[in-house]
Structures are given as structure tokens and as C-alpha cells.
Design a protein around this ligand. Structure first.
Ligand SMILES: [Zn+2]
Length: 307
């Protein structure tokens, strides 16, 4: 159990005060729109796709582009946003553990929706659920199916917006199915013995790997906070790359990719990014990158790496 920091205690105190001062405050302050507050990029991107062109709905992302998602330290403004939210959308499990702090600090019952709920979770070697469910497009389909009726029936959502959401959900599910099919087709084109991903980094792609029957070797499991692998781990990865004739050592977004670079330098392999979509950079955000566009880029990268 993590100890509460002074800042979190302070947030909780603000929450208690808010609960006392604003018990009847249910609507968001932002132009009377229905306010969906999201923690990280996967939750935000699903919500904004679902509510595209819904004039009466606003989706807010708490984690700024460019910010590391696991170790984020929420602010008092974030707590206010959750307090005022009509729906609070988060990943759950270890992906955004700070979400639970915000829910507690909001000081009232917040309507909440965790992406990881009701999905079949993969346990890591410590028996803890891996939270990166969105790396399997089929999981995102299930999330959209479960989320759509929740959002379309929020108090204040107009009939017109609810109809738009139904149409958006149908189109999104179709695009996700197409993405899933394209990954299936790609992996089927790779000989079974070559279906191995080597990561000189953390490995947030367990759901992806399991969905497509791909094995993996990584410097760290899940999204471990460790940053220095043992010499044995690095040597084993170097051996794997050499023995299996691996062309590309992967790293994840927001990584310094030092370990991937070391393995590449030793073996002559290339390095490349596979984007796990925890968050995007400011440039990616401004360029309108989405979960779909980033996963399509991953597919392209895999096609190049396994040619
Ligand atoms: Zn992660």
C-alpha cells in the first residue's frame, strides 16, 4: 500500500471542504455541457471518438500531452475537475493509480468508469493485473460497447447527441475490427517461429502479444519502474537477437531507449518505436494523432521490421 503524500492529504482535505461547500453542484461549470473527465490518452481518445460532433458534451484530458502517465501527481485543479465531472473515465489498476486518489478527494459520489473493468485481465509475475488492455484492439471494442450506453444516457445528453454517439460507436467499432483484422493478417504472414518481439525496454504489450499469439523478450516486465536491467538480462537479450536473427529491437514512447541502443550496437540490429499509447507528445496531440493512427503506425513498423 502506498503511503499518502502531503500533497494527496491536502487534496483530500480540499475534497472534504468542497463536499461541505458544494454538495448540490452536479453540473460542470463549462457552458452547461455534459463533462466527461478522463485521466490518460487511451480513455480520452475513446471518449472523444465516441462523442465526436456531440455539441452538448465536452471531454477533458487531465494528463497533459508529454507527461508520463504512471507517476503523474494530480493537482487541486484535477480534483475540482473530477468533482464537477458528469462521468470520470480512467484506466484502472496500476495504469493511473492516481485516479483513485482523485475519486476519494472529490468528496462525493462520482460516476466512474474504469476501462479495465469487466475485461479479462492478464496477471504479471507478481500476481498483479497488467493494466494495458487497450493494446489489444478487441478489448477497445468491448470498452466502446460497454461505454456507449453509459455516456448516451448521462443526464443532460440530448437525443441528437445520443444518436450521434450510437453512429460514432458503430463506425469506431468497424475501424477497430478492421485494425484487428489487419494485425491478424500481418501476423499470419510471419512464420510462427519468427513471431517474437524483442524490447530493450518495458513491455506494455502483453494483451497485444497474447491476442496475436506473439512471444516476447523484454528488459522489464509491464511498466516496471526499474530503469537498470541486470547485466544478465541485457546479455540474454543480445543472445536472443543474435541467435534468432532479430532485425529490430523495440522501445516504447517517452523512452530514452538506451537499452535498445546498447543491444542494437552489440548486434547490428535496428531500433524502432512501438507506441503503447499511454500518452502522446504535444506535437502528436496537435497533429491529431489517435489510438487508431498510432496503432496503424505500429502495424507499418512491424511490417517493415518483419519483412
Ligand atoms: Zn504502462
Amino acid at each position: 500500500m502506498r503511503r499518502f503524500s502531503g500533497k494527496i492529504l491536502c487534496l483530500l482535505l480540499i475534497g472534504v471542504l468542497l463536499g461541505a461547500i458544494l454538495p448540490a453542484c452536479t453540473q460542470s461549470a463549462s457552458n452547461n455541457k455534459v463533462e466527461i473527465v478522463t485521466t490518460t490518452f487511451p480513455a480520452y481518445d475513446i471518449a472523444r471518438t465516441l462523442t465526436k460532433e456531440c455539441q452538448g458534451v465536452h471531454v477533458r484530458l487531465l494528463l497533459s500531452p508529454g507527461t508520463e502517465s504512471h507517476s503523474y501527481d494530480p493537482s487541486a485543479a484535477d480534483m475540482m475537475a473530477v468533482h464537477d465531472a458528469d462521468l470520470f473515465l480512467y484506466i484502472g489498476q496500476a495504469a493511473d493509480a492516481w485516479a483513485e486518489t482523485l475519486i476519494q478527494a472529490a468528496g462525493k459520489k462520482v460516476l466512474k468508469f474504469a476501462l479495465t473493468d469487466e475485461l479479462e485481465l492478464i496477471l504479471d509475475e507478481h500476481g498483479e493485473a497488467d493494466p494495458h488492455v487497450w493494446t489489444n484492439p478487441a478489448n477497445v471494442i468491448q470498452i466502446v460497447e460497454r461505454l456507449t450506453p453509459v455516456v448516451s444516457t448521462l443526464p443532460g445528453v440530448s437525443e441528437e447527441d445520443a444518436a450521434s454517439m450510437e453512429a460514432n460507436a458503430a463506425a469506431y467499432i468497424q475501424a477497430l475490427e478492421s485494425l484487428d483484422n489487419d494485425f491478424c493478417t500481418f501476423w499470419a504472414s510471419v512464420p510462427e517461429e519468427d513471431r517474437l518481439l524483442v524490447f530493450g525496454d518495458r513491455f506494455p504489450f502483453m494483451y497485444f502479444a497474447k491476442a496475436y499469439g506473439v512471444s516476447y523478450s523484454a528488459a522489464f516486465p509491464g511498466c516496471s519502474h526499474e530503469s537498470e536491467p541486470s547485466a544478465n538480462t541485457v546479455m540474454a537479450l543480445i543472445d536472443t537477437v543474435r541467435n534468432r536473427g532479430i532485425s529490430t529491437v523495440f522501445y516504447v514512447e517517452f523512452s530514452q531507449h538506451r537499452i535498445a541502443d546498447t543491444i542494437a550496437a552489440e548486434t547490428g540490429a535496428k531500433t524502432a518505436l512501438l507506441h503503447a499509447c499511454h500518452n502522446v507528445t504535444k506535437e502528436e496531440f496537435d497533429a491529431g494523432e489517435t489510438y487508431l493512427s498510432l496503432m496503424r503506425r505500429n502495424l507499418q513498423q512491424l511490417q517493415e521490421s518483419f519483412r
